[in-house]
Design a protein around this ligand. Structure first.
Ligand SMILES: Nc1nc2c(ncn2[C@@H]2O[C@H](COP(=O)(O)OP(=O)(O)O)[C@@H](O)[C@H]2O)c(=O)[nH]1
Ligand SMILES: [Mg+2]
Length: 323
């Protein structure tokens, strides 16, 4: 089984666990035609199921929701492994394991040891996910972006650890994932504006990833995922001397849980994994694949190829066809 590591770099409360839960849940509905299945097991299944149940209850019970900045929890690193098999296959027949690493928000500017752990993962992982809490990025000209998304601490870690020397010639994917972004994705013009704003605001990161020796191995894309679908940002409510609390409301009172593009994240991951495999696998392992996984390879490659590339999705750097 091939194992891929994904580092998620965002503070608490941005929506990381929700993103994984919705991706896992949405897969079953979204990809009727694909010969693939996504499995979660043990504590991962328990936590993701709990997250989904909480979301659905929250949507059923009330019309408005408030989300404040995260409290820097003291819990350690959490790992969420997801397994991919062919549709008829069980978890034991999985061909790919994707390990999502979730670090406590406090670690980004934490002790040397905590930062080193994140740094090691940045150097060794295959994919870096940068989930972004969208309303603080855009509202009030991004006044609350720092408080909610902590870009400077994360940027520092990326610049220090994603150097050409540290990562050698390893193929890598960096995905910027705007979340809670439904309000900004109601029409094409606003959607363009959201993606432009991400590019402007993270300009130095994009420049770093485009430097000479990273560029040819590092694919970069912006992939907004609407994890709830019908819940839109409404306003920012002042909260004394704290950053404001962001208030969201249902599009209409009967609207329920209806994620959009939940399958796209996995499509981007798979399309990258297969290009990476093609570039890096030796002839011997490629030949082996003909014996054990060729049908799975076909299904996964097709699933990845069908990813969306039009607004609000934007491939910023394709590293010679890596995605
Ligand atoms: N309005 C809105 N709230 C969300 C969305 N995704 C997550 N949340 C809420 O934001 C909070 C943090 O989500 P969670 O996934 O636990 O974030 P994590 O700390 O990054 O793992 C929870 O209260 C969620 O219900 C979204 O797309 N829209
Ligand atoms: Mg979480």
């Amino acid at each position: 089984m091939q194992v891929y590591n994904v580092t998620m770099l965002a503070p608490t409360q941005v929506g990381k666990t929700t993103l994984l839960a919705v991706m896992w849940d949405g897969f079953k509905k979204a990809v009727g035609a694909a010969d693939l299945n996504v499995h979660a097991t043990g504590q991962t299944a328990v936590r993701l199921t709990q997250t989904l149940n909480d979301l659905k209850t929250m949507l059923a019970r009330s019309d408005t929701f408030k989300v404040g900045p995260g409290i820097n929890g003291t819990m350690g690193e959490e790992v969420y492994p997801l397994f991919l098999s062919r549709k008829a296959g069980g978890i034991n027949e999985s061909e790919i394991e994707i390990r999502f690493h979730d670090f406590p928000g406090g670690w980004f500017a934490g002790t040397d040891e905590q930062q080193k752990k994140i740094g090691n993962m940045i150097e060794n992982c295959d994919v870096i996910l940068i989930p972004i809490n969208s309303p603080p990025l855009i509202h009030d000209k991004g006044l609350w972006h720092d408080a909610y998304n902590n870009p400077s601490a994360v940027s520092n870690l990326i610049q220090s650890h994603l150097s050409a020397n540290a990562v050698k010639a390893k193929s890598r994917l960096v995905l910027f994932v705007p979340l809670k972004s439904e309000y900004y994705l109601q029409n094409d013009r606003d959607s363009e504006a959201l993606v432009d704003r991400v590019q402007e605001s993270y300009r130095t990161w994009f420049d770093h990833l485009a430097c000479d020796r990273l560029k040819e191995h590092t694919a970069v894309a912006i992939t907004p995922i609407q994890t709830l679908g019908n819940v839109l940002f409404q306003y920012a409510e002042p909260d004394g001397t704290n950053p404001p609390v962001f208030v969201f409301g249902k599009k209409d009172p009967r609207a329920g849980y209806e994620p959009k593009d939940a399958d796209q994240l996995l499509r981007y991951l798979l399309s990258f994994f297969f290009e990476k495999y093609r570039r890096e696998a030796s002839i011997w392992t490629r030949t082996l694949a003909l014996f054990w996984g060729s049908e799975f390879l076909d299904a996964a490659e097709k699933f990845g190829r069908d990813k969306k590339r039009t607004t609000p999705f934007r491939v910023v750097q394709d590293a010679g066809g890596l995605i």
